[in-house]
Design a binder for this molecule. Structure first.
Ligand SMILES: *Cc1c(COP(=O)(O)O)cnc(C)c1O
Length: 726
């Protein structure tokens, strides 16, 4: 068999004493280890910031004399030795949580497929929450020692950069990513040619090469069709995320599902279980069926095998939001494929048929639900919604017996928690708190932290956010082509003593970024109260084809620019993971206003919570199970609405009332003699104590293991027989 190489690109010229600095960029372990990042930032902080924390570009660019100077810097060399000792110990450790808890499965392997992975801002190949969840899943799998390999795409144009015009219209700018300046490793064969797989698309073969990103112990393989053998059109297949062209979309999904299986086989992996994060990768089920039928199994036998070891995670609570294709398109792309499964057209279509008001569709989640025995939604409420939504696939079953469970999402703690706060926890929770972070008992220690210390860290993080906004504004201003009012809009009048609310996420209509604008007069009165001013920072992108989403951005932006808002409403353009960290660490309150029950989980509020930021949210997704009356605030109630304008009106009224009567007074009035908002801090502690252990990927991945992966590992040996009917 071919051997494939993953040689680290030899890009840098480094002094001998710190030569290993050149290997650090190529394992994203640095992305969740602040001390490892310090090995770069300490050399030249300004450059590190300027290059958006891209360590490959940084080491290529930084002055050689600065690198040489480090070899005489005692502090730096100690840090260097400590970081690499930690790095080596991490990679070598046999004593992982998984190894200890499940020794019988330590030689098993899980494959994890996702359309996008959000690992770090220097790898802009994610669009939003789904990608960040995939990235956090891989990081946690690495920390816990889960034997796992990821599969996805490297998008050669990345996700777009957002620019807001003076009139508030979102413009999208794309650049071609220079992969050799990114922390990705080319996978090459013995003659130094890229490892390649191919898939059949109508009338042609499309070839993809494979890149690797090493995420701690976990390898992630990313497909890329931008190579000479492909036609111009096919070279663009992996250029962008979430195309609106159904032909591009089905081609991408064939590439991910079918091509992804082939890529793993090519590299010598034979996963025992297959986890599809959302339906985009569900064609992998068909490729696996094709393999088994080619080995001589009947299709029925093949699907029994596949069901037993396949895991499907659904993220979409609205039927129309699910990934689906018209039947003519499926015929065009699969008429060569179904004979290989020994199926006819109708049998093939029946695998994924979803009859909807607008016609028959080939539904990716239906395919995944039918051909996986292990299925989950991403919060408790989303589990209920999903069981109802997909009940028709199990006609004999009561809704509560529909076999879709839930594993509520989490966030990767060290990716999202401010380092300062981590240091505070080191002192008060015990130096090993990270090892035990999903243990609720550990977090009772929060009460021991003196209010003043916690508040001081919060104030520091708030100031950092405002400095960040200011520096972005200054850069924009220096460019010379920005109207002055846009500089005001980007946050230069922010004021550290004022209560500050953050709202940042994709601007999709159901997230209702404009709900807080429903009663403008009331909003302006609230924010401009001279005794108790309030500031709101907005950020987020709309999908380039989402005109209603872009109109919401415009509506927000026009008000932000309005002199009546006094510079207290702010929109920071081009939201990404870097800005997300500043925001979820820096504001006082995190606002979330989705139209219930459309938010499957939501994760940005979890990031805020672990930083001592208080959530103020609709009781949807994760907040439905997280809110306990004392760890933040709820907007609206648990009620279901038939009429969405009634729902919007009720939610808006609740939002203003709670803001005016509870949140603002608590922040400003309940101050101790030393000026600390004691009741507020008590609520912060309650929030961290109750939410940090529960909404971490530590708890989440462990649940995936016990509820889904281990049963699937066992199923892959035994074969599990409960299949959906109908
Ligand atoms: C966490 C995150 C999201 C998800 O935010 P939600 O409020 O959960 O939708 C989106 N984009 C970025 C950059 C993030 O970091």
């Amino acid at each position: 068999m071919q051997k494939y190489k993953r040689d680290l690109p030899n890009n840098f010229s480094l002094p001998r004493r710190i030569i290993r600095l050149g290997e650090l960029p190529y394992n994203l372990w640095w992305a969740w280890n602040p001390e490892a990042q310090r090995l770069f930032s300490h050399i030249n902080k300004t450059l590190w910031e300027e290059l958006n924390h891209n360590p490959v570009l940084f080491l290529k660019t930084v002055d050689r004399y600065l690198l040489n100077a480090m070899t005489n810097d005692r502090f730096y060399l100690e840090l260097y030795d400590r970081v690499f000792a930690k790095f080596d110990a991490y990679l070598k450790s046999e004593n992982t949580w998984f190894g200890v808890a499940y020794p019988a499965h330590k030689n098993n392997l899980a494959a994890y497929f996702s359309f996008e992975f959000g690992l770090h801002e220097s790898l802009p190949v994610y669009a939003g929450g789904l990608g960040v969840l995939s990235g956090d899943h891989l990081k946690e799998a690495s920390d816990l020692g889960i034997p796992l390999v990821g599969v996805g795409f490297i998008y050669t144009e990345g996700y777009f950069t957002q620019h807001i015009t003076e009139d508030g219209w979102q413009e999208t700018r794309t650049t071609h990513l220079a992969l050799n300046n990114m922390p990705v490793i080319p996978v090459l064969d013995e003659s130094n040619q890229p490892a390649r797989i191919h898939v059949e698309l109508p009338g042609r073969q499309v070839v993809a090469r494979i890149w690797q990103i090493q995420v701690g112990r976990v390898p992630l393989y990313l497909l890329d069709t931008n190579i000479e053998d492909n036609s111009e059109g096919d070279r663009q297949l992996t250029a962008r995320l979430y195309s609106n062209d159904p032909e591009v979309r089905i081609s991408q999904e064939i590439l991910l599902g079918v091509g992804g299986v082939r890529a793993l086989r090519l590299l010598g992996y034979n996963p025992d279980i297959w986890h599809m994060n959302e339906g985009h990768s569900a064609f992998l089920l068909l490729e696996r069926a094709r393999e088994l039928v080619a080995e001589g199994l009947a299709f029925q036998e093949a699907t029994e095998r596949i069901r037993s070891d396949s895991i499907f995670t659904t993220h979409t609570p609205v039927p129309a939001g699910n990934d689906q294709f018209p039947l003519w398109l499926v015929e065009k792309y699969f008429s060569q494929f179904w004979p290989q499964l020994k199926l006819n057209r109708d049998e093939f279509i029946a695998l994924a048929l979803h009859t909807q008001s607008w016609g028959d569709m080939f539904s990716m989640p239906v395919l995944a639900l039918r051909l996986s025995n292990h299925r989950n939604a991403v919060s408790e409420l989303h589990g209920q919604v999903s069981r109802k939504m997909w009940q028709f696939l199990w006609p004999g079953l009561e809704v509560e017996n529909v076999p879709i469970t839930h594993v509520t999402n989490g966030v990767h703690t060290t990716t999202w928690m401010a380092h300062r706060l981590g240091l505070l926890f080191d002192r008060h929770l015990g130096a090993d708190w990270l090892e035990r972070l999903d243990n609720p008992d550990l977090w009772t220690g929060i009460d021991q932290i003196p209010d003043g210390e916690l508040w001081a860290v919060r104030q520091h993080l708030k100031q950092k956010l405002f400095n960040f906004a200011n520096e972005r504004a200054r850069k924009q201003w220096l460019m010379g082509d920005t109207h002055p009012v846009q500089i005001v809009a980007s946050g230069v009048l922010l004021e550290p003593e004022s209560l500050t609310i953050g709202f940042a996420r994709r601007f999709a209509t159901y997230k209702r970024g404009n709900l807080i604008l429903s009663d403008l007069e009331r909003l302006l009165r609230i924010i401009n109260n001279p005794q108790m001013p309030v500031q709101i920072i907005f950020a987020g992108k709309s999908h380039p084809a989402d005109e209603p989403g872009k109109l919401i951005i415009q509506q927000v932006y026009r008000l932000v620019k309005d002199h009546n808002s006094g510079g207290r409403l702010v929109f920071i353009e081009d939201y990404d993971m870097n800005m997300a960290r500043y925001l979820v660490q820096g504001v006082d309150v995190w606002l979330n206003t989705p139209r219930r029950p459309n938010e499957a989980s939501g994760t940005s509020g979890m990031k805020a919570a672990i930083n001592g930021v208080l959530n103020f949210s609709i009781l949807d997704g994760w907040w439905h199970e997280a809110y306990n009356g004392r760890n933040g605030w709820a907007i609206g109630s648990d009620k279901d609405y038939e009429n969405s304008s009634q729902q919007d009106a009720a939610d808006a009224a609740s939002l203003y009332d709670t803001l005016e009567k509870e949140i603002i007074p608590l922040y400003y009035y309940e101050r101790s003699s030393s000026g600390l908002p004691t009741e507020w801090i008590a609520r912060m502690k309650e929030s961290i104590r109750t939410l940090a252990p529960q909404f971490s990927t530590r708890r989440m991945v462990k649940e995936y293991i016990s509820q889904l992966y281990v049963p699937a590992f066992l199923g892959s040996e035994a074969g599990n027989k409960s299949e959906p009917k109908g």
